[in-house]
Design a protein around this ligand. Structure first.
Ligand code: GN1
Ligand code: MG
Length: 378
C-alpha cells in the first residue's frame, strides 16, 4: 500500500514541523510500522520521524499515542530535573497543526497526536534525534553494559509513574494468551503448513508447562507489575557517540507488565552471536560474556529496587521471552505470514529455527546465568 509523494507530503503537513518540508524518505527495516524520515529546510530546519502505525497490530492507535505522550512527558520532567537535554534524552512527539484538525479531532483527547488518512491509516510524528547511533547487533561487552544501564534508567524513570496505560496489544507477553492464539492457529492451519512442522511444534509443546508456571507468578502477584517497554531489542535504543544510551525509542508497547520482559528481550537480542534470522544456526548462541556485561549494567541501576521474585527470575526471563519469540515466529508462519514483514517466503521459519537455537543455548547456560545474576544483585 504505497503512497504517492504528494500524499506523503500532505500527510506530513498535518503535523507541526518547523521549516519547509523538502524530503520524505523511508527509514529502517521495521517489522511492524512503516517509518519515514522527513527533512525540512529554512532557518529552523529539522528532521522528523513520520510513522504509519500498523493499526492491525495496534487496534487502538489513539490510546497508544496517549500512552506515549504520558510516558515521554514523565521522563522529560526527570531529564530536565537532572540537567539533561529534554530534546535528545527522551522522544518528543510532534503534535498536529491545529488548523488541520477537524472538530471531532479537537474533542478527542489524543486527537493532537495522530492523523487518520482517507484510507484508514494512522500516522504519527516525532523529532528525529541527530548524532545518535543505532546497532543491529552488540559487538562488545561495553555496549551490552551500557544498554543494560540505559534500560535500568528507563525503568527507574518510570518507577513512580502511576497513570493507568492502555494495553496496546492484548496479552503481548502473556504466554497463556499466546497459547490460546497458538491453539487456534494450529486448528485453523490457514497456510496448510502444520503437517510439515511436527518437530517445531514439539519444541513449543514440550515447554508449555514451565512457561505457564512462570506466568502464573505474574498473574498471582508474586512478580510485581511495573511500567515496562516490552520491546528492548538493541535496535530500539539510541546511543550517543560516547557509547552511552541516549534515548529509548519505539514506545508503542510501553505498558504495564513485568520488568522481566525488558531484561529477557534484551538478552535475546544483545547476547546473540548470530542474527535473529540467521540462515546458519551454527552461528547462533548466547554469549555468556555479553550476558554478564548486560546484567552488570542493568543491575547497577536496579538492584536495590527489584523484588526478590524478580531477581530470582531474571535469568529465566531470557528463556521465557526467547521461547515466546520462537512461538510467535512459528505461529505467524503457520498463519501464512500475516504479522511480521517478511523478506522471502521461508523467512518466519528461518527466524523460528534461529531463535530456537538461541533458546537451546540459553537453556544450556542457565545455571551460570543464575549465578551471574546473584553475583551482581548483591
Ligand atoms: C517487533 O517493532 P519492532 O521491529 O521493534 C515486535 C517485537 C519482536 C521483534 C522481533 C509490536 O519489534 O515484539 O520481538 O519484532 N514488535 C511487535 O524482532 O510485535
Ligand atoms: Mg523497533
Amino acid at each position: 500500500m504505497n503512497h504517492t509523494p504528494e500524499e506523503m507530503l500532505s500527510i506530513a503537513r498535518k503535523f507541526d514541523t518547523t521549516g519547509n518540508i523538502v524530503e520524505i524518505k523511508p527509514l529502517g527495516p521495521g517489522f511492524i510500522n512503516d517509518t519515514f524520515i522527513v527533512k525540512t529546510e529554512g532557518p529552523d530546519a529539522r528532521k522528523y520521524i513520520l510513522q504509519r502505525k500498523n493499526h492491525l497490530v495496534f487496534p487502538d492507535v489513539p490510546g497508544m499515542m496517549k500512552n506515549i505522550e504520558l510516558v515521554t512527558e514523565h521522563i522529560r520532567r526527570k531529564v530536565i530535573a537532572e540537567g539533561g537535554d529534554p530534546l535528545r534524552e527522551v522522544l518528543t512527539v510532534t503534535v498536529r497543526r491545529p488548523e488541520t484538525m477537524s472538530e471531532a479531532e479537537r474533542k478527542d483527547p489524543a486527537g493532537h497526536l495522530y492523523y487518520k488518512d482517507g484510507r484508514g491509516n494512522y500516522w504519527a510524528m516525532c523529532l528525529f534525534i541527530e548524532e545518535s547511533v543505532t546497532y543491529e547487533k552488540a559487538d562488545t561487552p561495553l555496549l551490552c553494559y551500557k544498554g543494560g544501564e540505559g534500560i535500568g534508567k528507563f525503568q527507574a524513570y518510570l518507577s513512580d509513574f502511576n497513570t493507568p496505560l492502555t494495553e496496546t496489544i492484548k496479552g503481548f507477553h502473556n504466554i497463556r494468551w499466546r497459547f490460546s492464539q497458538w491453539d487456534e492457529a494450529i486448528a485453523r492451519d490457514a497456510a496448510g503448513r502444520v503437517a510439515d512442522l511436527k518437530e517445531e511444534i514439539g519444541w513449543i509443546d514440550s515447554r508449555r508447562e514451565e512457561m505457564l508456571a512462570f506466568w502464573s507468578l505474574v498473574e498471582n502477584g508474586t512478580i510485581p507489575t511495573r511500567v515496562t517497554h516490552n520491546d528492548t531489542k538493541i535496535s530500539n535504543i539510541l546511543f550517543d557517540d560516547k557509547g552511552d544510551v541516549l534515548c529509548v525509542i519505539d514506545l508503542d508497547t510501553c505498558m504495564s507488565s513485568t520488568s522481566l520482559n525488558d531484561f529477557g528481550d534484551a538478552i535475546r537480542s544483545y547476547t546473540n552471536t548470530g542474527d535473529e534470522d540467521d540462515r546458519n544456526p551454527d552461528r547462533v548462541g548466547m554469549s555468556m560474556e555479553m550476558f554478564r556485561a548486560y546484567t552488570m549494567g542493568y543491575l547497577s541501576q536496579r538492584k536495590g529496587n527489584l523484588a526478590e521474585s524478580e531477581i530470582d527470575n531474571l535469568a529465566f526471563s531470557a528463556r521465557y521471552i526467547t521461547y515466546e519469540q520462537v512461538l510467535r515466529f512459528l505461529m505467524d508462519y503457520i498463519d501464512g505470514d500475516k504479522y511480521y514483514k517478511t523478506a522471502y517466503p521461508e523467512h518466519n521459519l528461518v527466524r523460528t529455527h534461529a531463535q530456537y537455537r538461541l533458546l537451546q543455548s540459553i537453556e544450556g547456560q542457565y545455571g551460570a546465568m543464575k549465578d551471574t545474576v546473584y553475583e551482581y544483585a548483591k
